[in-house]
Design a protein around this ligand. Structure first.
Ligand SMILES: Cc1cc2nc3c(=O)[nH]c(=O)nc-3n(C[C@H](O)[C@H](O)[C@H](O)COP(=O)(O)OP(=O)(O)OC[C@H]3O[C@@H](n4cnc5c(N)ncnc54)[C@H](O)[C@@H]3O)c2cc1C
Length: 373
């Protein structure tokens, strides 16, 4: 059984790992000339870590990253708004390290410089299973679900991984809809991100860094210190987008979507890649060698779409709240966060992060014919 995975990002590589372990002959087609990753850090919640352990790379990811201990929400002047101590804190690491780990001994062939385009390009792929893992601008999705639109939240983000030390991590909200978060990615390195309302900035990275330094001057330690440790060339700058509605996750009898291709979400819950990893493990579990692909894809869509739609919706809502820019609404939001009991915040985070591979329901109809006899 031959599978083609379009896209060599986190979702595509995890899917290739999962299907390869199930005995599929997998080829990954990536449009870029190589698979090296830039970008900054990424937080992986317990649901993602369980998926990575299932794929056999969880220990390597834990060794490469740091943990967000003592996370919580603060106001810009350092006042705690909530203290969130999760039993299993998220792991934070550099995206390039995650990619390298997923690529290590990948049970698949990878072709770089291969750009898949249009329905004809997808249909011409010679495989029993085609997985679109080609990100928010997915050509595979566009071929079958052109109605799914990219939605702009009206907010932008900056991210960097810099040298430095921090005590724990967390997120801070301040005036005019500005937010800042940070976490150690290991000894001596820190991942930070900032978000603010407005369009993508056209200025050079040095001008953007100057804007950040000005907007966040006077915010509590370590925020100014982390900005001072950042070189303009280290900044990644992106608009915050999602897909609305999330896309169907299968088309016809042999095409599925994973990750941002189906459900790009705003990063307010840090769940986009975590959900892509859940997709990858679910798809692989539903497709042991010899399983009826068409039935398995139907079950995959039924099990994944409601979950990812709910997470994406919640992420969008959190962004609207935390990014409120008016003086009065901003103050009200900070008060709301302060008055929300910590156990409610923890319970909400735990609900999203509670997924395990054991949650995948494998109906008799998707078991390989031999096993059903
Ligand atoms: C600011 C920000 C912060 C984030 N923080 C977090 C976080 O902390 N935790 C978390 O879980 N998630 C986070 N996310 C979300 C996360 O980055 C994405 O959900 C994740 O990277 C999606 O992976 P993917 O493999 O589905 O897509 P992508 O990473 O977009 O990969 C798609 C791949 O497909 C290739 N490709 C595209 N089109 C084609 C084509 N036509 N033919 C062949 N190849 C193609 C691309 O080159 C790329 O390599 C964040 C996102 C943003 C914007």
């Amino acid at each position: 059984m031959r599978a083609i995975v379009v896209g060599g990002g986190i979702g595509g590589l995890a899917t290739a790992r999962g299907l390869g372990r199930q005995g599929w002959d997998v080829t990954v087609l990536e449009r870029r000339p190589d698979l090296s990753q830039v970008g900054a850090g990424i937080s992986l919640w317990p649901n993602a870590m369980r998926a990575l352990h299932h794929l056999g790379v969880g220990d390597a990811v834990e060794r490469a990253g740091g943990r967000i201990h003592g996370g919580g929400l603060r106001a810009w002047d350092g006042r705690p708004l909530s203290r969130v101590r999760l039993p299993e804190p998220p792991v934070v690491l550099h995206r390039a390290d995650l990619h390298e780990i997923l690529l290590d001994r990948l049970p698949a062939t990878v072709h770089t410089g291969h750009h898949v385009t249009g329905v004809a390009g997808v249909e011409a792929l010679d495989a029993d299973l085609i997985v679109g893992a080609d990100g928010i601008g997915s050509a595979v999705r566009a071929a079958y679900a052109p109605q799914v639109r990219i939605r702009d939240s009206g907010q932008v983000s900056w991210r960097a991984v810099v040298r430095g030390d921090v005590d724990g991590g967390g997120e801070t909200i301040g005036p005019k809809g500005w937010r800042f978060g940070y976490a150690p990615t290991g000894p001596g390195t820190v991942y930070w991100y900032a978000a603010a309302p407005g369009p993508p900035r056209a200025g050079a990275p040095a001008e953007q860094l100057a804007e950040l330094t000005g907007a966040l001057a006077g915010w509590h330690d370590p925020i100014p210190r982390l900005l001072a440790a950042t070189a303009p060339g280290q900044l990644s700058h992106h608009p915050l987008l999602d897909l609305h509605p999330v896309a169907p996750m299968r088309f016809g009898t042999r095409v599925a979507l994973v990750g941002d291709a189906a459900h790009a979400m705003t990063p307010n819950l840090g769940q986009g890649a975590c959900q892509a990893l859940e997709d990858a493990v679910t798809l692989a579990l539903l497709l042991p060698k010899g399983a009826p692909v068409s039935v398995a894809l139907e079950v995959y869509d039924q099990q994944r779409r409601p979950r990812v739609a709910a997470v994406a919706r919640r992420s969008w809502q959190v962004g609207r709240l935390a990014g409120a820019r008016g003086r009065l609404t901003g103050a009200m939001v900070r008060t709301l966060f302060r008055l929300t009991p910590d156990r409610v915040t923890v319970a909400a985070a735990e609900r999203v992060a509670a997924w395990t591979p054991d949650d995948v329901r494998i109906p008799a109809a998707v078991r390989p014919a031999a096993a059903r006899r």
